[in-house]
Design a protein around this ligand. Structure first.
Ligand SMILES: Nc1ncnc2c1ncn2[C@@H]1O[C@H](COP(=O)(O)OP(=O)(O)OP(=O)(O)O)[C@@H](O)[C@H]1O
Length: 604
């Protein structure tokens, strides 16, 4: 390798497979090459997505692996030797640069490419490999060892095939993978929940190959015993507090006459100041943060130490390679639904924080005794229409992903509404808006959201990391603060939904809530009050078309950090990340940035 005029640039003569002899230049940002003594500069780019076009440079940020391979053939595509594919062949030592192209438009899938270089001298090849590896390992912390769960039956039954497609990318990058193909629902949860802290900390992350349901299992397996935080107040507790301390006003939403703030809608008087709200149950002994004396907030501990892995932390990451029916989590966090793109995000060590909703079920049915149980959700928790769809779809599993369209149509035609009470924590933004005037919810929505859409390196999501990374304040929403104000809605609802992220999917390309952020510490509560059938259809059409679905008088949209829900219905079904949860009393709170995902944020 010869140094050029600039100290940071060097050039060598190498052979590039299917091109011929090239002058290769290494600069601080990448690798480029120029054919020597030839006008022809054909190049190759082989892999799952075959590209055949002239390339003469690759940036280091687009290189995911560099490998020394065996002595073998390099093809010279000398134009004088005939066709491109019938050039001369030479034997030499070789190394491969594995890379990818990001596509010209945001949200387009990344495509793989590889360049095989050769030289008669093995030491020269070795030296190139060392230089390239050193140059490409500068930025993010790339994972070395991952635990992988593959759901064989997810989506159209392609889980294993999807893993087989991306597995070579991990082996090229020398990322060790311990793979389990799940045998049943709950398998991944059981495996992860039963891992000792030491076992878990021997991995840099866990990867789910499947849909949102498998991801939810992984999430719950990780957090069930490793996230210590006070529960949000139960509906009963809020009632007790409001009876004792607060003015308690209930404005029922009249059936079929949904309206906004004021007459039949929102109660803007505070239910109670919740400064002294204690968690109903201290089932988990909390130390506030969930971080014990020897924790791994800044990285895995020394193997000999008494390790405890708790969440949130700064190093453990979860990955998702999409193979499911809906894949809303992947689309909302990477901007595309592509296994190769997701695999590359994982290998490159990309990281974004994700808000997680802690859903505490207090009662399964109105007559059952209060026994809290916790479920975590990464994308969505919904009741009414959303619960009906998931329940209805269970009977049509044989249809595959199409069953959601069918079940959705059936649930829509039934047009059922449910009597329920929803109490949510008012945010500062809403306080200001309500004092100022009694504006309608759709206006409130526009005013509060400022229509800032989450994107890669989103400043809103990164805000809290700079201020107080992973402190108790950010781990749990401030629902116990002195200034908390709770608002109550009571009435008949077609659905009650809580979107933690945008939940983009093929049926709602901009998401259920287009401006939801990955890690702003808020969820979006969407209350669809009973309304005439055609209007509800219009709302659904707006979701599908990407128009504003909240611009209706029967839709309430509130950005909040916590809410409670009570229904008197015997078979109350929630849809939590696409999975069924039977519950008639729940409390939900957002835990800001509770986990890290191998992703860079939605590209919008
Ligand atoms: N081997 C298995 N057999 C049956 N169910 C499984 C298996 N592994 C995981 N599951 C469960 O299957 C459910 C659906 O998984 P997932 O969401 O990953 O796939 P999907 O095809 O998108 O599912 P769905 O169509 O139900 O949304 C989850 O509850 C998961 O726990």
């Amino acid at each position: 390798m010869e140094r050029n005029g600039s100290a940071s640039t060097s050039t060598s003569s190498l052979f590039l497979d299917r091109v011929g002899e090239v002058a290769v230049t290494l600069d601080p940002d990448g690798l480029s090459w120029k054919p020597i003594d030839r006008e022809s500069s054909g190049s190759s780019c082989l892999c799952m997505n075959y590209r055949l076009k002239t390339e003469n440079r690759i940036e280091f940020s687009n290189v995911y692996a560099v490998e020394l391979i065996d002595w073998g053939l390099i093809e010279d595509a000398n134009r004088n030797s005939g066709s491109f594919f019938s050039g001369n062949k030479f034997e030499m030592y070789r190394f491969v640069v594995h890379g990818f192209h990001t596509g010209k438009t945001h949200g387009s899938p990344w495509t793989l490419c590889e360049y095989t270089f050769g030289h008669k001298d093995m030491l020269i090849c070795q030296s190139w490999v060392e230089h390239l590896i050193a140059s490409t390992n500068n930025d993010a912390v790339r994972p070395k060892s991952l635990l992988v769960f593959v759901h064989p039956l997810c989506g159209k039954g392609n889980g294993v095939k999807t893993w087989e497609t991306v597995a070579p990318i991990f082996s090229h990058a020398k990322v060790q993978t311990e793979v389990t193909v799940t045998q049943r629902a709950g398998h991944a949860f059981d495996c992860i929940a039963s891992l000792s802290h030491r076992e878990l900390s021997s991995f840099d992350g866990i990867v789910a190959v499947g849909g949102d349901g498998l991801f939810n299992e992984v999430l719950n397996g990780l957090l069930s015993s490793r996230h210590d935080a006070p529960f949000p107040p139960s509906p009963q507790e809020l009632d007790n507090k409001s009876d004792k301390n607060c003015q308690h006003l209930n404005n029922d939403i009249s059936r079929g006459r949904a309206s906004l703030n004021g007459a039949n809608g929102m109660l803007s008087a505070p239910l109670c100041g919740s400064d002294d709200l204690e968690p109903l149950l201290s089932a988990v002994e909390s130390n506030g943060l969930g971080v014990s004396k020897c924790t791994t907030n800044n990285g895995p501990c020394n193997a000999d130490e008494d390790v405890k892995v708790s969440f949130p932390n700064d190093w453990f990451r979860v990955g998702l390679i999409p193979a499911g029916s809906t894949d809303a989590i992947v689309i909302s966090t990477t901007g595309t639904r592509d296994p190769v793109t997701s695999a590359l995000h994982i290998i490159l060590g990309k990281k974004v924080s994700l808000d997680i909703a802690q859903v505490v079920r207090w009662k399964t049915s109105p007559s059952s005794t209060e026994v809290p149980s916790v479920r975590y959700a990464a994308s969505f928790a919904g009741y009414g229409f959303y619960g009906d769809v998931i329940k209805e779809s269970e009977g049509y599993r044989w249809m595959g992903p199409k069953r959601y369209d069918f079940a959705g149509t059936v649930a829509f035609l039934k047009h059922r509404s449910y009597e329920a009470k929803v109490t949510f924590l008012k945010t500062e933004e809403q306080e200001t808006s309500n004092i100022a005037n009694d504006i309608q919810t759709s206006q409130l929505y526009q005013k509060n959201s400022k229509n800032v859409v989450c994107h890669a390196n989103c400043s809103i999501c990164n805000d809290f990391k700079d201020a107080a990374q992973h402190s108790a304040d950010v781990a749990v929403s401030p629902i116990h603060s002195q200034d908390s104000r709770w608002l109550e809605y009571k009435g008949h609802f077609l659905s009650v939904g809580a979107a933690i992220i945008s939940c983009r999917n093929e049926r709602a390309p901009k998401g259920l809530v287009a401006e939801a952020h990955l890690a702003d510490g808020f969820l979006h509560l969407i209350l669809i009050k009973d309304c005439p059938h055609p209007l509800y259809l219009w709302h659904l059409i707006n979701l599908k078309r990407g128009s504003n679905p909240f611009d209706f008088t029967f839709v309430e949209h509130h950005k909040t950090t916590a809410f409670t829900f009570v229904s008197s219905h015997n078979e109350s079904v929630w849809n939590v990340d696409g999975e069924i949860l039977q519950a008639c009393q729940v409390s939900v709170q957002v835990c800001r940035g509770l986990i890290n995902l191998f992703a860079s944020g939605p590209e919008v």
